[in-house]
Design a protein around this ligand. Structure first.
Ligand SMILES: Cc1cc2nc3c(=O)[nH]c(=O)nc-3n(C[C@H](O)[C@H](O)[C@H](O)COP(=O)(O)O)c2cc1C
Length: 352
């Protein structure tokens, strides 16, 4: 691993700015769950809330979809009762007007903030001028965000990449734009849009942004262990870190970041809890699809994981899936928890 730059204390102006709308101060801790499409729905967020994540964000939700009142889209914005951490809804859309109208339909009591996706690299999204395309013109971005900020009741946050490409590293300008527009924080996935999920997240650049910014900076990218999360936090001067894929492979990660000993953890018990929560929210088919995926992530790195996965996908019975998982994790119980290696490619695609 590259040596990290020396520890950088957040400067006084930024510390003061943290109080902007009071949202940042409401974070339970500095270890946050990253938004992930198809994953961070109301049930997964609740599970990660139980795992003590500091802030929770929905997957990206189309502002237009909400305006059309699609039931599926609306479900993505559901928030569980009495969350222990602020829960935000991430919207995307090329028009500020659509975002404003969509946000107005979201309950201010339950949705703690609106996050705008400025990082989605997917063609369908950027082609329409949303997601990472909005980072190409920081001047326009400031107007776009200001217009949204002035017309919604929720606090506003953003999640971005480092720029469109190495030739268009607009991160400093875009962070300034978000700050001037009145956003509460900027989360940065340390890759360009052109990079997709290849290469490494550029934490040197994130640290440089954190050093200069007057607004809380949330660093994101490639954090796979509690040690890495704490080191990034201590050494780069970011105000919090966001963890995505690391939490899929190790859902206990947030607890570990807080110093909890999770040696006695039981993947099967956690899977049962997830299934129970899913069953309260989805039909059997959708519960099955999600339980299967989750069981697969939990099994990664144990011997026999590939055969286990095949077995899961050969059946359409939730009861069989749970029985196979019980057997698999019982056999694996005496083994040390698998490590999520830096060299491993895992879920190399997403919407931010
Ligand atoms: C399956 C998947 C879906 C994602 N969906 C979103 C999304 O909806 N919105 C977003 O801002 N980022 C999304 N991302 C990006 C993550 O939030 C995060 O920035 C990225 O995965 C890097 O962090 P990590 O290495 O901790 O996973 C997604 C990533 C993955 C793997």
């Amino acid at each position: 691993m590259k040596p990290l730059p020396p520890a950088v204390p957040a400067d006084a102006a930024r510390t003061e700015n943290k109080g902007r709308g009071g949202l940042f101060a409401r974070a339970r801790n500095p270890f946050w769950l990253a938004p992930m499409a198809g994953i961070t729905d109301v049930v997964f967020r609740r599970l990660m809330d139980e795992m003590q994540a500091g802030v929770l964000v929905s997957e990206l939700v189309s502002a237009k979809g909400l305006l059309f009142n699609s039931a599926k889209t609306r479900k993505m914005t559901e928030v569980h009762a009495n969350p222990g951490a602020p829960v935000g809804v991430q919207l995307f859309g090329e028009s500020a007007e659509d975002i404003i109208a969509a946000a107005q339909g979201l309950c201010r009591e339950t949705v703690a903030f609106i996050d705008i996706n400025l990082g989605c690299p997917v063609k369908k999204v950027v082609k329409k001028g949303s997601g990472a395309a909005l980072m190409r013109d920081p001047g326009y971005l400031e107007k776009y965000l200001s217009r949204i900020r002035q017309n919604i009741d929720h606090p506003l946050t953003v999640k971005m990449r480092t720029g469109w490409s190495d030739e268009e590293l607009t991160i400093h300008e875009c962070v300034e734009a978000a700050d001037r527009a009145g956003c509460e924080w900027v989360a940065i996935h340390g890759r360009t849009r052109a990079q997709g999920y290849e290469g490494r997240a550029d934490w040197d650049l994130i640290a440089d942004v954190a050093r200069k910014a007057q607004i809380p900076i949330i660093g994101n990218g490639d954090i796979r262990s509690a040690r890495q999360a704490k080191d990034r936090l201590a050494e780069t001067g970011v105000d919090a870190v966001m963890i995505g894929r690391g939490a899929l492979r190790n859902p206990w990660l947030f607890r570990e970041c807080l110093g909890e000993d999770t040696a006695e953890r039981s993947p099967f018990t956690l899977l049962c809890r997830y299934q129970e929560l899913l069953a309260g929210c989805y039909d059997t088919r959708n519960t099955l699809l999600r339980v299967r995926k989750f069981a697969t992530w939990l099994a990664f790195g144990y011997p026999g994981a590939a055969a286990f996965r095949r077995g899961l996908f050969e059946t359409h019975s939730l009861a069989v899936v749970m029985r196979l998982a019980d057997e698999f994790f019982r056999q694996a119980a005496h083994l040390p928890a698998p490590r999520f290696e830096d060299s491993e490619a895992f879920m190399m695609g997403g919407h931010g």
